[in-house]
Write a protein that binds this ligand. Structure first.
Ligand SMILES: Cc1cc2nc3c(=O)[nH]c(=O)nc-3n(C[C@H](O)[C@H](O)[C@H](O)COP(=O)(O)O)c2cc1C
Length: 208
């Protein structure tokens, strides 16, 4: 009996230590606010309530940000120079940090603790208030044919397209968002388990 409870304890501890990947629901892809109305509503809003987004909302915003929109070629909703697809999107929430895998439509957990405080640069309380913040990270392992200057230029440019797609999703769905260049790049470079540069962060949530 004692042996059995010891085995149960070991199994429980093993599972508690395991990362929690999340399979996302199929993104919506149809309907929604007409493009011209979404553009008319597009704006920065720095006001966030703690209300959580649903997994469906997360799947939809990530698909807009950089999901696969052409299955045959595996190309994405946002363009990238030479189709490098180098912008990794990390999702920060209270449970940890997740890497969005567009081809599998899932979130792979890469860190377990709440790392939202690591996002903020000067005065960045938005990333603490919003339930979710996306980090756009230029992955240099996906930019092999680019010299250092091109990595900097195209990494930043490509992240801009991703951000605008997120702005349009938020405008069309009455959510608050702000793109942030003032982030703690040194700290983020330390914690993100990939070689590259944290470019922009973008908190998303409901307005208070
Ligand atoms: C590259 C870039 C970096 C930005 N960084 C920040 C930031 O760190 N913090 C912030 O509050 N807003 C930031 N913004 C948001 C701008 O302040 C905002 O877009 C601008 O005031 C225009 O407002 P609008 O987006 O409502 O048109 C940034 C915008 C861009 C394009």
């Amino acid at each position: 009996m004692k042996k059995l409870s010891l085995i149960t304890l070991v199994i429980a501890l093993t599972f508690t230590g395991m990362s929690q990947d999340i399979k996302l629901p199929v993104p919506t892809k149809k309907g929604g606010m007409p493009l011209y109305e979404a553009l008319a509503n597009r704006q920065t809003n720095r006001d966030f309530s703690p209300k959580q987004l649903t997994d469906q909302q997360l799947s939809d915003v990530l698909w807009c940000a950089g999901g696969v929109n052409r299955e045959e070629s595996g190309k994405l909703t946002s363009p990238t120079a030479r189709n490098a697809q180098e912008i990794d999107i990390y999702v920060f929430n209270e449970k940890g940090v997740y890497l969005y895998l567009p081809k599998d439509n899932m979130l792979k957990q890469v860190l377990k603790e709440d790392h939202r405080p690591d996002l903020s640069g000067r005065g960045g309380k938005m990333t603490l208030e919003a339930p979710v913040t996306l980090l756009f990270f230029a992955n240099y392992d996906k930019m092999n044919g680019f010299d250092e200057q091109a990595r900097g230029f195209y990494g930043a440019t490509d992240a801009g397209f991703v951000s605008q797609n997120v702005y349009l999703y938020c405008a069309a769905n009455h959510l608050s968002t702000v793109v942030m260049g003032a982030i703690n790049r040194d700290r983020l470079t330390e914690i993100i388990p990939a070689k590259g540069k944290p470019i922009l962060a973008q908190p998303i949530g409901y307005a208070k």
